[in-house]
Design a protein around this ligand. Structure first.
Ligand code: KMH
Ligand code: ZN
Length: 272
């Protein structure tokens, strides 16, 4: 057996809608239930966004607090990772609203990029500010890398001691405007990591499960869920992120990688 595989479930995101897949959760209760179900299916980490009841993206602390409280009240021990990326167009102040008590990790997006037809702004001072907030709150950063140049920003953050271990790297591949989800790109990115660290892949859309399979083979970890992909198979909508987690568990087992429990993931990721 290889190293245990951390499966992260990204259960809602900021972009997907119920019109695209009726299983997309909106309310804190729905998002928490999706996170708990993902944990029961084998996810060790949940990547959390919030929504207003009508589906608009929210970074309101009150929503994140309710999600976190509901997950823990349900008895789930999944590692709680809150998005500081939020949605395109949000200010950094707004985005930081997600870092509520109970969060264990927070995302750190490593650069500005086209994001579909929009621009996802992460100017270097924004990155420095979010990194400082994560450090102050003793949250383990998950560095979101969409393109190769962002690894140079990671190197710069490490050299300037703005970022220090423990941190985790998530390669998000297949966003229109970022690097495509291909084996060649993933191998190139892993080789380009400025320091040895654990890493994971989130393939967007139809690339989600093939990228997960590849990452498991290469010794990485995986992210699945409705934030990045709405389908369980070609033309078949996923019934929820938990179904996608179950498919990732099958891939991990086939690759000889047992899924990590939440506490095993905490040890690997350095979450206190
Ligand atoms: N919604 C994307 C624009 C993160 O969670 O940190 C940004 C995002 C990244 O989802
Ligand atoms: Zn996200």
């Amino acid at each position: 057996m290889g190293e245990k595989a951390i499966i992260t479930a990204a259960v809602v995101g900021a972009e997907v809608t119920r019109a695209q897949n009726p299983a997309v959760p909106y309310t804190p209760a729905e998002i928490a239930a999706a996170a708990v179900a993902a944990g029961e299916a084998g996810a060790a980490v949940v990547h959390l966004h919030a929504r207003w009841p009508d589906g608009r993206p929210s970074q309101e602390s009150v929503h994140f607090r309710e999600i976190v409280d509901r997950i823990r009240s349900a008895g789930s021990r999944v590692v709680l990772q809150c998005s500081t990326g939020g949605a395109v167009g949000m200010s950094v102040d707004e985005r930081l609203g997600s870092l509520v008590d109970g969060a264990e990790m927070g995302t750190l997006n490593l650069g500005t990029m086209n994001f579909g037809d929009d621009v996802f702004v992460n100017a270097r001072p924004d990155i420095v500010r979010i990194a400082a907030r994560l450090r102050d709150r003793r949250l383990v950063p998950e560095c979101e890398v969409y393109d190769a140049g962002m690894l140079d920003t990671l190197r710069w953050l490490l050299e300037k001691a703005i970022l220090a271990p423990p941190y985790h790297v998530q390669f998000v591949l297949g966003v229109p405007g970022g690097m495509a989800a291909s084996e060649r790109n993933l191998r190139f990115l892993v080789e380009g990591l400025p320091a040895p660290t654990h890493w994971s892949v989130a393939g967007v859309g139809r690339f989600q499960l093939p990228m997960a399979e590849l990452a498991l083979r290469l010794g990485g970890h995986v992210r699945v869920g409705l934030e990045d992909n709405l389908y369980a198979a070609k033309g078949v909508l996923a019934r929820g992120s938990d179904e996608l987690v179950s498919l990732a568990v099958t891939l991990a087992t086939r690759a000889g990688r047992e899924p990590a429990s939440p506490d095993e993931a905490r040890r690997i990721l350095g979450v206190a």
